[in-house]
Design a binder for this molecule. Structure first.
Ligand code: TYD
Length: 308
């Protein structure tokens, strides 16, 4: 990542989150006091064809991390009330609005909306949220959970809508829009998301959930047309393809708790965020190429066999 690797406090370790021993070793090596848990399989389409990897990574992997924190911070059910056994420890669990399921034309997800996941991905994240909650209630592990809307920005893996469409545009390929393209997503720039997570880390209440959204609802079709327009490509590149099974119609986050408690609102306008994002992909073709020429290639072929 730009600028981070030179920081003396930064260490990169590639470890499988399901590997109990390796994760414990990390806690010990670095005397970890705070965890911000982003690690997850996150692509809905992959979860439809390979649900198992989502369950093992997202659910069991979360449990491995929770256990490692419990172990390293010396917490157990008996000292549930000694939450401050060790000052400054904190476990932030990064989740998604998809745990709430799908909305109709009206309304927003709040932190108290019922959990009603519709894809194996969403079900795996909902399960991990419940585990995190249970570790708070049972063992007093100091946890905080965030649930965000759809992220976009630089370095996003090209399986997701925005980078996939930008890449296909640049490669002169068709843009595969699922179903009628009228599904709605609420887009949040990754920098706004990170800023919000950091506020929760510093100031959030243990045991609480915080919704983080962009107040930026767009239909998929409108978004794809915007990308075409910015890249000066014709709308004839759009190809409507078979809909995703169990496709959620609309997500929209009520982020008023973040505004009320931390005075947080997103800084990026969608216009500025998209311009910067497209520009980033234009300036980093080698980053995208490295991914799309590897294992991603066979995923794309299996997933989009009908796309020209
Ligand atoms: P995605 O980026 O996979 O995020 P999520 O499923 O978490 O919302 O997809 C965003 C929306 O775009 C979703 O409604 C599915 C749709 N979509 C397409 O129409 N075509 C595509 O090729 C992809 C990847 C997504």
């Amino acid at each position: 990542m730009d600028g981070i690797t030179e920081d003396a406090l930064y260490h990169f370790e590639k470890v499988d989150i399901r590997d109990r021993e390796a994760v414990r070793r990390l806690f010990e090596t670095y005397d970890v006091t705070e965890v911000v848990h982003f690690a997850a399989e996150s692509h809905v389409d992959r979860s439809i064809t390979e649900p198992e990897v989502f369950l093992t990574t997202n659910v069991l992997g979360t449990q491995v991390l929770l256990d490692a924190a419990m172990w390293h911070w010396k917490l157990d059910a008996k000292n549930k009330h000694s939450r401050h056994y060790r000052e400054g420890v904190c476990f932030v669990h990064v989740s998604t609005d998809e745990v709430y399921g799908s909305l109709g034309a009206e309304g927003f997800f709040t932190e108290t909306s019922p959990i009603a996941p519709n894809s194996p991905y969403a079900a795996s994240k909902a399960s991990s949220d419940l585990l995190v909650r249970a570790y708070y209630e049972t063992y007093g592990l100091p946890v905080k959970t965030t649930r965000c809307s759809n992220n976009y920005g630089p370095y996003q893996f090209p399986e997701k809508l925005i980078p996939l469409m930008i890449h296909n545009c640049l490669a002169g390929k068709s843009l595969p829009v699922y179903g009628d393209g009228q599904q709605i997503r609420d887009w949040l720039h990754v920098n706004d998301h990170c800023e919000a997570i950091d506020l929760v880390r510093q100031r959030g209440r243990f045991g609480d959930v915080y919704n983080i959204g962009g107040h930026n609802e767009k239909t998929n079709l409108a978004l794809v047309k915007l990308i075409l327009q910015k890249l000066d490509r014709p709308e004839t590149l759009i190809q409507f393809v078979q809909d995703r099974p169990g496709h959620d119609r609309r997500y929209a986050i009520d982020a008023s708790k973040m505004a009320r408690e931390f005075d947080w609102t997103p800084r990026y306008s969608f216009e500025k965020g998209m311009e910067e994002t497209i520009d980033w992909y234009l300036r980093h073709p080698e980053w995208v190429e490295r991914i799309v020429s590897g294992a991603y290639q066979s995923y794309y072929e299996a997933m989009y066999s009908s796309v020209e």
